[in-house]
Design a protein around this ligand. Structure first.
Ligand code: GLN
Length: 352
């Protein structure tokens, strides 16, 4: 249909003014994020978690998206700078620290890598191997917290926070005291899991100290933007793309990403892997972090969560981004520089 607005000298003038003021074109990604944010804002299902009383204070409408690329750019929309407690999204990063401190064999002897198919706070332990199943569920994360070394609570916490700082790339990673105290006084289930593990020799004696450390790690304040940078650091083989600082030795990144892929979304990990196809971690405060290896980190924050404790808007956003940009790990990947295919082509040494 023809434009019904006739072009008078007046409107032509407007047009010229508009053109003169035109901002430089922004990347396609930014426009799409704005559109996606608008679209997904209409989704109102889910509820703000309140089993940790302090979490109930979140505004259900907070909604931010951030993407950080491995070449050091951030694309963000909505409440991407709103801070919230990281909760279970902390687990892969503490696991990386344990791997760095102790090496794979020792950590594997303490915490398995099998998905449970159960809720994050399920009271299930692998009695046969005397380990919690994996480091992404609460039992496993408490066992990982037990592995953080240091003389006393303060030194152990500082070790952990120093690591988080390298991932976010700035010094501001405080523990939110009200949330820490709130979970410390009401976290009976986690305390029970801790004592069960202590009872079967899966934890050291300093159980209250370790539980405090776990509650503190969950109460670290981050923004969606921070989480995107943390994810981008994993996407960038453990080196923060903004500061150039190494957050974790590169050889451990594949182990962190593997447990995120198989266990990061708990009892919806299978469905997530099927639909989104990226290593990820959710937290009950409404954060989701996903890693696109070699490309970028994705973070979404929206406190309305489903029965798995996963942000519903977060899932929707990640599904859309994965579909639009072909991010699924088993999607149509083009192979370049494959050592396997090169070895299949190159002549080897002469045979005797
Ligand atoms: N601190 C929370 C707990 O232990 C973390 C759970 C979560 O984010 N899924 O219950």
């Amino acid at each position: 249909m023809a434009d019904t607005r006739a072009e008078t000298p007046e409107t032509t003038g407007e047009k010229q003014e508009e053109e003169a003021e035109k901002k430089p074109a922004e990347p396609e990604l930014m426009g799409y994020l704005r559109e996606l944010h608008r679209e997904v804002s209409a989704l109102e299902a889910g509820r703000v978690a309140d089993y940790i009383p302090e979490l109930a204070r979140a505004d259900p409408e907070w909604f931010g998206i951030a993407i950080a690329t491995v070449d050091g750019r951030v694309f963000e929309v909505g409440a991407s700078r709103q801070r919230f407690t990281i909760q279970s999204v902390s687990k892969p990063f503490t696991y990386g620290l344990a791997l760095e401190e102790w090496g794979i064999d020792h950590v594997l002897s303490k915490v398995g890598v099998e998905p449970t198919g159960e809720a994050f706070n399920a009271v299930v332990l692998d009695e046969a191997s005397r380990r919690p199943y994996n480091p992404m569920v609460n039992a496993g994360a408490i066992a990982v917290a037990d592995l953080i070394p240091g003389r006393g609570a303060t030194e152990r916490l500082h070790r952990l926070l120093a690591t988080f700082r390298r991932y976010v790339g700035h010094a501001e990673v405080p523990v939110d005291m009200p949330t820490f105290m709130s979970e410390r006084t009401t976290g009976h289930r986690n305390r029970a899991i801790g004592h069960l593990m202590r009872g079967s020799g899966m934890l050291e004696d300093r159980i209250d100290e370790t539980l405090d450390l776990y509650f503190q790690q969950c109460a670290v304040l981050v923004s969606c933007r921070d989480m995107a940078v943390m994810a981008a650091t994993l996407a960038n083989h453990g080196e923060n793309p903004f500061t150039g600082e190494r957050a974790v030795p590169p050889q451990f990144v594949k182990h962190i990403l593997s447990v995120m892929y198989t266990c990061g979304m708990y009892d919806s990990a299978g469905e997530w892997a099927y639909r989104v196809g990226l290593p990820a971690k959710s937290g009950v405060s409404g954060g989701i972090l996903a890693v696109v290896p070699g490309q970028a980190g994705i973070a979404v924050f929206s406190p309305r969560v489903d029965a798995h404790g996963t942000s519903l808007r977060g899932v929707r956003v990640c599904e859309a981004l994965s579909a639009r940009y072909g991010l699924h790990l088993f999607g149509d990947q083009r192979c370049s520089g494959s050592p396997l295919l090169e070895a299949a082509m190159k002549p080897g040494p002469d045979r005797k």
